[in-house]
Design a protein. Structure first.
Length: 409
């Protein structure tokens, strides 16, 4: 097991150390929840002040032109594209992940109109399954949702399946799917594939076009550090853009929105997938996070993320009993998080949070720790485990205040 000197040497040799100063983090806090809400970039307050005072406050509606508000979805989409292996004209920023899932599912149904099953795996993030269920209900029975065990996915690929929706990095365990292999296997059966990148984008290299993906979605507030409720994103492979007429046919997806025509005519290319008015305040904050991500080397991020996770697993298993690893031990199969199960996971996590070690809990028994390499160091990981050892030794988690369930876990 690594000594404290070993761990300090890792921090000293870390090429990403300087990025920590680019984020505002409270003193005394070890933040291991960037996989749920990223830390605030230090540039956000000044940027928001500019938008509030000058762009909105002084320039008012003129800012749609003078400050290029109208092109924010495409501009930010192009920046996200560089992080997920897509072309600039294949990604839009906007709406929520849930809305973009609905858009992508409906697009797949247009690509395979004779098919009736939308497929995913059990244990996927709930919003993915819920949107599938809602679409099936809306169809009046023509479309059927099907969830199968992960091990049975390939056996479920058949001529009835109109769409396969999978999350690249599992939100509980952090286990990674083989994106290229599954995409090719599904497409060989004529099934278009949607990848949910919410726990991957900004955390590890993603190559959508190299994998031949059809659609992808993701949120802006985890590893992209866009702030709570930040705009999400939608990827549509260029080969599909002119084939689909969006079901959510919003005003800004019209070919000529300012002609104010009575009937919908889809805009060319990715623009037809725009729907509502861009959330400019959210876009401004998200762009700050994206600009930092684009300065960093993604391979360095991935290497450090794997090393941080390995160190955490080593320290927990070497110093504590009663915690069961629920993430892959092989770092190549794991995203930028580590999950351990414990029967008293909820109060243990609350006791850690009270000490300033912030992770989160996922029912029924998962303590989840995210490692964002731009602002988490090796010493942070070691000190987090020190706190966990102290919580367990003193049985702090038994205190009644830590056993009261909050609305958000």
């Amino acid at each position: 097991m690594k000594t404290r000197d070993d761990i300090q040497a890792l921090d000293a040799a870390d090429p990403l150390t300087s990025f920590k100063s680019r984020f505002d983090l409270p003193d005394g806090v070890i933040y291991l929840d960037g996989n749920s809400l990223g830390a605030r970039p230090a540039s956000v307050p000044a940027r928001m002040e500019q938008v509030l005072r000058q762009e909105w406050g002084e320039d008012l509606i003129r800012s749609w032109n003078t400050h290029d508000w109208i092109n924010a979805p495409r501009r930010l989409g192009a920046k996200i594209a560089r992080l997920i292996g897509a072309s600039d004209d294949e990604v839009l920023a906007g709406e929520s992940t849930s809305v973009n899932i609905f858009k992508a599912l409906c697009a797949c149904l247009q690509l395979a109109p004779q098919r009736s099953v939308i497929l995913s795996e059990t244990g996927n993030f709930p919003t993915d399954a819920y949107m599938m269920e809602g679409l099936a209900t809306l169809s009046g029975g023509r479309i059927r949702q099907r969830l199968v065990e992960t091990s049975e996915l390939a056996n479920a690929f058949n001529n009835d399946v109109a769409a396969l929706l999978l999350t690249h990095t599992n939100y509980k365990s952090g286990r990674l799917h083989d994106m290229k292999a599954l995409t090719r296997l599904a497409q060989a059966k004529g099934i278009p594939v949607i990848w949910d990148l919410s726990h991957s984008a900004g955390a590890l290299p993603v190559e959508l076009n190299d994998c031949g993906a059809d659609f992808a979605v993701g949120c802006g507030y985890k590893y992209l550090n866009g702030g709570p409720g930040a705009p999400a994103f939608l990827f549509v492979a260029k080969r599909h853009q002119e084939t689909v007429s969006p079901v959510l046919s919003g005003w800004l997806g019209h070919a000529r929105p300012f002609a104010f025509e009575e009937h919908y005519a889809p805009a060319p290319g990715i623009d037809r997938f725009q729907c509502g008015t861009p959330a400019i305040l959210g876009m401004a904050a998200l762009e700050c996070g994206l600009d930092i991500m684009l300065e960093a080397d993604m391979d360095a991020i991935r290497g450090k993320s794997q090393a941080l996770g390995d160190l955490f697993i080593e320290q927990v298993e070497g110093r504590l009993d009663g915690f069961e690893l629920r993430s892959p031990r092989d770092p190549k199969q794991r995203g930028s998080q580590v999950s351990f199960a414990h029967p008293d996971g909820y109060p243990i996590m609350q006791a850690l949070i009270a000490r300033g070690v912030i992770g989160d809990f996922r029912a029924p028994d998962i303590l989840r720790f995210g490692f964002t390499p731009l602002y988490v160091g090796y010493e942070d990981v070691a000190r987090a485990v020190d706190h966990l050892v102290e919580v367990m030794t003193a049985q702090e988690w038994r205190e009644p205040r830590f056993n009261q369930r909050a609305a958000v876990t």
